[in-house]
Design a protein around this ligand. Sequence first.
Ligand code: PXP
Length: 249
Amino acid sequence: MTAKLNVNIDHVATIREARKTIEPSIVTAAVMCEQAGANGITVHLRGDRRHIQDRDIELLRDVVTTYLNVEMAATDEMIAIAEETRPDAVSLVPEKPNEITTEGGLDVVTNFAAVQEAAGKLKSADIFVSIFIDPSLEQITAAHAAGAQQVELCTAEYAELTLSSRAAHGEGARKAAAEVARIAAAATHAIDLGLIVAAGHGLTYRNVRALAAIPEISEFNIGHSIISRAVFVGLSQSVREMIDAIRGV
Ligand code: PXP
């Protein structure tokens, strides 16, 4: 079965927040993504509110008819917002104050008690719990023990390895293939534990294809590449093209 695509629309809000104004509309973006065939909408409510705002979550909760996945840190503030707004899913992610974007997966082994408590509260509110982790067997086992229903495997390292044309041959290609194998092994371990497997971070029209061939991965969360391409071809087309890339068209 082809993996689902949730479009991360954070960077529509990044453009809006560059002027602290009302456009481009996050609601219009979400509806356009859904109409173009996306299976869901993902947003990251960061502690510093640099792009998505609390009101965006409320508006999206009202208009998204497919699936609303909100990424957040496992803090009391964020869990309270989730309990109040009730997205379909919450993805627990790590957060550092001055990072440009999420840097790697959540260290569930080290932060086990806090993650377990957050997962418990979310599940009590009938919210599906995903945890964003590095493709490590140890982290997957910990995420499962902490109460995750899904793990989202961090593909940042794979993305880094596939950014340049050097990934197409020689040592670059070998390193990228080894990272695909690591992600595939992690996905198999997660499935064996009964978890659903998602993947994301830094995925593009080109590098998503190798991961889309891993049958254990049933969902991708992709943002920057789709919104970047939308600047040139429009959002509907950029979403459709990513769906085609995942389908291997
Ligand atoms: N998944 C998670 C957990 C993320 O934190 C992000 C970035 O917000 C993404 C997926 C999407 O990453 P990108 O914008 O690089 O496609």
